[in-house]
Design a protein around this ligand. Structure first.
Ligand code: UDX
Length: 465
């Protein structure tokens, strides 16, 4: 997609991007940066010192540390000593205390960029960095928001106060299978599974601030595409008066993402090369969630009895209280033998695109969900929290490209779900719907397609600053 003419016409405009320091947020931000670079913008990536990514994969970008933990700044130092083990408190602390240092750093960058005749024209931040809106305003710098979730998820987050007033967060004794009256796609249990206790919960306050400051921004970039969420887009247009750019799926613009914080194990691909087409269950629960030991046993039993080949990403720390494989049931590895392959981290996009991959058992983080859609791979959904239960419900009940394990981790249900997506006759219908969706992705990215056109608008929008 690199177009030399476009590049020379708008090179010299610099865009500064600031991802949240977590894998599921870094990936889409760096993919967006690559897309904008290919459209002629110079790129600066701001990063905190809570993790380091392979900057050598991006020699064309400038990387700049921000919010470094200054020993004099006790709040930030405290956070550094805790690590960002607790995602939520990490994000909230930086939102609370980061503005002063961030403003100073951004101001210095703005001054330097003028001397280099390469003006910084806008700041693009993760939506959850809501504190950056007031900083950008004070420097007269337009801020664009990258929202790394689905539109559907944002609409549900915007409804939290209403859902709370209607009592949905306290329905412990009510019928969990009932549909939510204002959002009939969802069941009551999906709302509870977000693990928010109501509008006064710190997580809900973070989301409320995110929505408020997103509305105050210049525009929103979404890692989604119009055909996937048409009615949601109409609602977003009603609720948000700023422009929305649905230019996704981002990772499809380039061969394979290289923003992995962990080294992908290439044996995943050589192992897949020896498997029959559409036969393998790929299992990965992303970069952040953790399984209980009891749940791991159910997963292992389900895999053993389903009798299907599987490629399983068991990231170190995936199972609470274990280093790696030591809590797997005795005899499991011998029993599955060559039928199963376990890695610490996989080149996921390549795995999903491999002809041997027949289904994806996922936690429904938005990146994983989109990556599965793009390759036409049916899903088994086991969401943990946040946006995951919302996307799981959307995939299983609206798009019908997934089987939802909605009752948690039960070995019989796991075996049955694996057979439904890989063995039973029903699999053909699910696969056909997934294939149609993949086709829609491809069309949206072609010249004249919705994502293609939206990207053109975004480039024009940024160039006009
Ligand atoms: C987090 C949240 O959990 C998720 O709900 C939110 O939507 C985004 O932030 P994460 O849990 O990591 O993300 O899940 P996901 O969004 O699916 O992102 C994981 C990324 O890591 C994907 O891009 C996936 O391709 C990549 N990955 C995962 C690998 O490259 N290799 C692996 O082995 C596993």
């Amino acid at each position: 997609m690199e177009n030399q003419e476009e590049r020379s016409s708008c090179r010299r405009q610099r865009v500064v991007l600031f991802p949240l320091p977590f894998q599921g947020h870094i990936n889409p931000m760096l993919q967006l940066a690559n897309i904008l670079y290919s459209k002629g913008f110079s790129i600066t990536i701001l990063h905190t010192n809570f993790n380091s990514f392979y900057t050598s994969n991006y020699p064309h970008f400038t990387f700049r540390p921000v919010l470094d933990t200054d020993p004099k700044d006790t709040n930030l130092s405290k956070l550094a000593s805790q690590g960002v083990g607790d995602l939520l408190s990490g994000i909230m602390l930086l939102n609370q205390y980061g503005a002063v240092s961030f403003r100073q750093e951004l101001d210095q960058m703005l001054i330097a960029s003028k001397h280099q005749h390469e003006p910084i024209v806008c700041l693009i931040t993760d939506a959850l960095w809501h504190f950056t809106q007031s900083v950008a305003d004070s420097l007269n710098l337009p801020r664009i928001v990258l929202r790394t979730s689905s539109l559907f998820c944002v609409l549900v987050y915007a409804s939290i106060p209403v859902l709370d007033d209607q009592g949905y967060f306290n329905q412990v004794n009510s019928d969990l299978e009932e549909r939510v009256s204002d959002i009939p796609v969802l069941k009551v249990k999906d709302v509870l599974k977000m693990r928010i206790k109501g509008q006064d919960d710190p997580a809900a306050k973070l989301l409320a601030n995110m929505l408020k400051q997103t509305k105050a921004s210049a525009g929103i970039v979404w890692n989604s595409f119009k055909e996937l969420e048409e009615s949601e887009l109409l609602k977003i247009h009603q609720d948000f008066s700023i422009p929305s750019f649905l230019i996704g799926p981002f990772h499809k613009y380039f061969p394979a993402s290289s923003s992995s914080l962990l080294e992908p194990d290439r044996s995943s691909i050589t192992w897949l090369d020896h498997q029959a087409p559409n036969s393998v269950l790929y299992i990965s629960f992303g970069s952040a969630v953790q399984l209980e030991e009891q749940d791991l046993l159910e997963v292992a039993h389900g895999l053993a009895t389903s009798n299907q080949p599987f490629l399983w990403v068991m990231r170190p720390g995936l199972v609470k209280g274990s280093e790696w494989l030591e809590l797997l049931p005795n005899g499991f590895l011998d029993e599955v033998g060559e039928r199963g392959h376990i890695v610490k981290w996989a080149p996921q996009q390549e795995v999903l695109a491999h002809q041997a991959t027949g289904a994806f058992w996922t936690h429904n983080g938005w990146n994983s969900t989109l990556e599965s859609i793009c390759e036409g791979v049916p899903m088994i959904c086991s969401p943990f929290w946040g946006d995951q239960p919302l996307d799981a419900r959307f995939m299983s009940d609206v798009l019908k490209v997934a089987v939802y394990l909605e009752n948690g981790w039960r070995r019989e249900e796991i075996t049955s779900a694996i057979r439904r997506v890989l063995v039973d006759e029903e699999r053909e219908d699910i696969r056909e719907r997934a294939r149609c969706l993949k086709e829609k992705v491809n069309v949206s990215l072609m010249k004249g397609g919705s994502s293609y056109e939206s990207l053109e608008s975004l480039v024009g929008f940024i160039s006009s600053f």
